[in-house]
Ligand binder design. Structure first.
Ligand code: HEM
Length: 530
């Protein structure tokens, strides 16, 4: 009872609220009847055994390492399955099939929008910016900001990225010199990428490495840590069953707005400064802020939402990817040594040219791709806006021997696209769950079995809504990893140390046995001596 009372932010025990108890019962009865009366969905698509009558399949996927259960089911039943949503909220189609993904993300991108669970969540967290926008509004907003992330503009960001990376290396050196040998690299990478994004996109120095931006990073981390608890799961389950629950004073839901509340005043200040100063940075007016302001077509609400959106999307996912890269290298000392040797053999700090030329640093390229394949930091969910038929590359064979090569869907049906499973499909990659950079140096799986996103993976999605910041993310990943691996050896703090991922808006690293700490990646850092 205390849990429910806290969940609902009640200031008296739940027993004092018979009305609340009656409401909860009515709610459960309503969704149960809706479930019983619903027509059968996704006929012929295999469904794994139901782990829980009330929570459907999703408590298992929420409460365990990212991709673990979807991965097991998909490897057993094929890339397309159906599952039960919690609280009798109907069936969901889960697919990692490349043809289905291409259809929803590219061919009919605007007919498969973010679901009624995801879109209001995005609005609460970052506002009505590019990630929230759909249809014509999305086309318009995207056209306005896309020039700020062109190859030429991103390449010009390299000196700033490099400068912050060197500051991080200096900070790590001083921490180690002061006796701190085990360092939370998730926290360090968050500070590094937020500082970079401020400088290259907003002409603003968050100065996180010296203690700045702490409120933003704290809120982002707090939201992630809250989401992976049972309360976080229950809130998502209720929202999926009845989206109007968002209006109730539920703690885990109302607190999702705290990131926006913390960043908005700064966003407003930066916009006013940008409007007054005209060109706001050394990127010849091509930076994100100048580009948005120059067009003058966005309302102030859209401008603020986009500054919040880009700050959060621009630093958290990139820092997560780099953190996972350091973890993979810490677990694979041989690979780390090989990478360091390749970087040092260059005889200088790598330049943008070195980093973008795959032949110059082939192993480094393979390490980055393999990390982004194994640890994609986001997940996706779409809802059909019209009745449609989704094609499959890997047909389903029913127990009766019938082949299903396309799945009819109805307006309102929800599809879950577990990006991590698409990237790891054993049917395509063989040993998809193993981090093995060498796979990128040999022959890749046939193209028609792969998706059409960057490097034939789904990490940055594909199509008109694919990640707009992918070039900047890859540049940051390469510059930061090159700077750190040339100077330090990263290793795991103990033999039984294990980290698994949990999804919030990004893939959070959680140390096994230290789950209550939430997002955390303590690695042993030792200066490298030749
Ligand atoms: C390694 C780091 C990153 C990864 C793995 C990543 C991944 C993704 C993915 C998968 C999507 C599509 C989500 C969906 O449609 O449901 C996306 C969209 C987006 N990303 Fe990234 N991202 C990264 C870094 C960045 C950076 C650095 C920025 C900012 C410059 C950024 C800004 C955005 C925005 C604004 C969208 C929405 C695009 C749209 O809907 O048109 N991301 N990202």
């Amino acid at each position: 009872m205390a849990v429910i009372s806290d969940f609902l932010q009640l200031d008296r025990p739940l027993s004092a609220f018979p009305t609340y108890a009656a409401l909860i019962l009515a709610f459960l009865l309503f969704i149960f009847l809706r479930f019983i009366l619903a027509p059968e969905k996704f006929k012929g698509v295999p469904q794994p055994p139901l782990p829980s009558w009330i929570w459907g399949h999703m408590h298992k996927t929420h409460n365990t390492p990212a991709g673990e259960h979807y991965g097991q089911w998909i490897n057993k039943y094929g890339p397309t399955i159906k599952i039960n949503a919690p609280l009798f909220a109907g069936k969901l189609l889960v697919t990692a099939d490349p043809a289905a993904i291409h259809h929803m993300f590219t061919t009919r991108c605007y007919d498969y929008t973010k679901s009624d669970l995801i879109r209001p969540f995005v609005e609460r967290v970052v506002g009505r910016g590019l990630i929230w926008a759909e249809g014509d509004l999305h086309r318009l907003q995207r056209k306005q900001v896309v020039p700020a992330f062109s190859p030429e503009v991103v390449n010009r960001m390299e000196p700033a990225v490099s400068e912050v990376s060197h500051k991080t290396a200096a900070k790590l050196s001083s921490m180690v010199a002061e006796g701190e040998s085990i360092i939370d690299m998730h926290d360090m990478m968050g500070k590094t990428t937020l500082d970079i994004f401020g400088l290259v996109a907003l002409n603003h120095d968050f100065n996180c490495l010296e203690g700045g931006g702490a409120d933003i990073r704290h809120q982002v981390k707090q939201q992630a840590n809250d989401f992976i608890t049972f309360s976080g799961f229950l809130a998502a389950a209720m929202l999926r069953a009845i989206p109007a629950t968002a209006r109730l004073p539920i703690k885990s839901i109302s607190e999702q707005g705290s990131i926006r509340r913390v960043i908005s005043p700064l966003a407003r200040e930066l916009i006013v400064r940008g409007k007054n100063e005209g060109e706001v940075s050394e990127f010849k007016g091509n930076d994100f802020m100048s580009t948005m302001l120059r067009n003058g077509e966005m309302t102030d609400e859209n401008l603020i939402a986009n500054v919040v959106t880009f700050i959060v999307a621009g630093y958290d996912s990139t820092s997560g990817s780099i953190t996972w890269g350091l973890y993979a290298l810490a677990r694979n000392q041989e690979a780390q040594t090989k990478l360091r040797e390749e970087l040092l053999a260059l005889g200088r700090e790598p330049t943008v040219k070195d980093l973008t030329n795959m032949e110059q640093l082939p192993y480094f390229e393979a390490v980055c791709k393999e990390t982004l394949r194994m640890y994609p930091v986001t997940d996706a969910e779409r809802v059909a806006h019209e009745d449609d038929v989704i094609p499959l590359r890997f047909p389903i064979i029913t127990p009766e021997g019938e082949q299903i090569s396309a799945i009819p869907v109805k307006k309102g049906d929800t599809m879950i696209i577990p990006i991590i499973c698409s990237n790891r499909l054993n049917a395509v990659w063989g040993d998809g769950d193993t981090w093995r950079p060498e796979r990128w140096l040999g022959e890749l799986p046939p193209k028609d079995q792969l998706v059409q996103g960057w490097a034939n993976m789904l990490t940055f999605s594909e199509g008109p809504r694919s990640c707009i910041g992918f070039r900047l993310a890859i540049l940051e990943m390469k510059v930061i990893l090159a700077t750190l691996i040339r100077r330090f050896v990263f290793s795991v703090p103990s033999d039984d140390f294990e980290v698994y991922g949990r999804y919030f808006a990004t893939l959070i690293p959680v140390v096994k046995g230290q789950d209550s700490k939430g997002a955390y990646m303590p690695l042993k850092v030792t200066p490298y001596e030749e």
